[in-house]
Design a protein around this ligand. Structure first.
Ligand code: CP
Ligand code: NVA
Length: 318
């Protein structure tokens, strides 16, 4: 893997990264974690700036980008929709051109995938998708890192996502699983199934990597899972669907009996967080011995740092 191949690249989804490239970023993330844990301090973003645009709220993503960049000597600038004109008085294209002249890289969290793609096309600097309605790519690298730490490998594992199969996390997990040879099963009510278009897009990657992609409404689909993953029933921006989601998803709660239905004592529980305890997951499961959610949260920072080190020109690994 030539590190130069990452320089200047954006991350809007994992679709345009090869399996080898994703595995390389995974290795860098693991190396960064070891480095942080050893207490080694470095200043690889000195003289660099990061624009962090947030249309939606965030704890982990914001803090991961801001601390990963800042502690390496870079200057992160947080920009909410109260601060900038993005898409309102000023077009996304013009905002991208201006920020691209002032910043070394841009992070965007918001509603439309088209916004982050326009920023990536127009800014001339790396743009990172910190979550849109459709995708959450930085999250799933941390998830896969957590699997690697737990099982020592990722290819051949069975990852089972239970809940809203249409959401950003479920969809990004499908892409990264297909690329990395992880058997991925989505268990969701038929009204909330992952769209056929994404499944069709992932199919050739899965064929190449040996991943099996399955979508079912049947809870017995969790059998044999190495990891059970869930996410909130109501994603940001969909608050008006709360009652409908509770009705559809109540049978899909991850509780002790569903964890037992995996029939695998080594099965771990994953959640991107924030969690609504008592809805998609019980307190017993999320606080229980099989839960790895706090490792996942920590790994957001190491993976995001690795992505920035690899892609921002003139720093870190390139
Ligand atoms: N998992 C995640 O993206 O968390 P935040 O919404 O807090 O950033
Ligand atoms: N699906 C959730 C993920 C939060 C990190 C949401 O979009 O709100």
């Amino acid at each position: 893997m030539n590190p130069a191949s990452f320089i200047g690249r954006s991350l809007v989804t994992w679709k345009d990264y090869s399996s080898e490239e994703i595995l390389h970023l995974l290795d860098l993330s693991i190396a960064e974690k070891a480095k942080t844990r050893s207490g080694e301090v470095s200043q690889r973003f000195v003289g660099k700036t990061l624009a962090m645009i947030f249309e939606k709220r965030s704890t982990r993503t914001r803090c991961a980008f801001e601390t990963a960049f800042g502690e390496e000597g870079g200057h992160p600038v947080f920009l909410s929709t109260q601060d900038i004109q993005l898409g309102g008085k000023e077009s996304v294209e013009d905002t991208a051109r201006v920020l691209g002249r002032m910043f070394s890289a841009i992070e965007f969290r918001g509603f439309k995938q088209a916004t982050v793609e326009t920023l990536a096309r127009e800014a001339g600097v790396p743009v990172y998708n910190g979550l849109t309605d459709q995708y959450h790519p930085t999250q799933v690298l941390a998830d896969v890192m957590t699997l690697k730490e737990t099982f020592g490998k990722v290819a051949g594992l069975k990852l089972c996502y239970v809940g809203d199969g249409r959401n950003n996390v479920a969809r990004s997990l499908m892409i990264i699983s297909a690329k990395l040879g992880i058997h991925y099963t989505v268990v969701s009510p038929k009204e909330l199934r992952t769209d056929e278009a994404l499944i069709a897009e992932c199919t050739p990657w899965a064929r190449e990597s040996g991943a099996k992609i399955e979508v079912t409404s049947d809870l017995s689909g969790v059998a044999g899972a190495d990891a059970l993953y869930t996410d909130v029933w109501v994603s940001m921006g969909e608050e008006d669907r709360k009652e409908e989601r509770r009705r559809l998803l109540a049978p899909y709660q991850v509780n002790e009996s569903l964890l037992a239905a995996a029939k695998n004592p080594a099965c771990v529980f994953l959640h991107c967080l924030p969690a609504v305890k008592g809805e998609e997951v019980t307190t017993t499961v999320i606080e229980g011995p099989q839960s790895r959610v706090w490792d996942q949260a920590e790994n957001r920072k190491h993976t995001i740092k690795a992505i920035m080190l690899a892609t921002i020109p003139g720093r870190g690994y390139n």
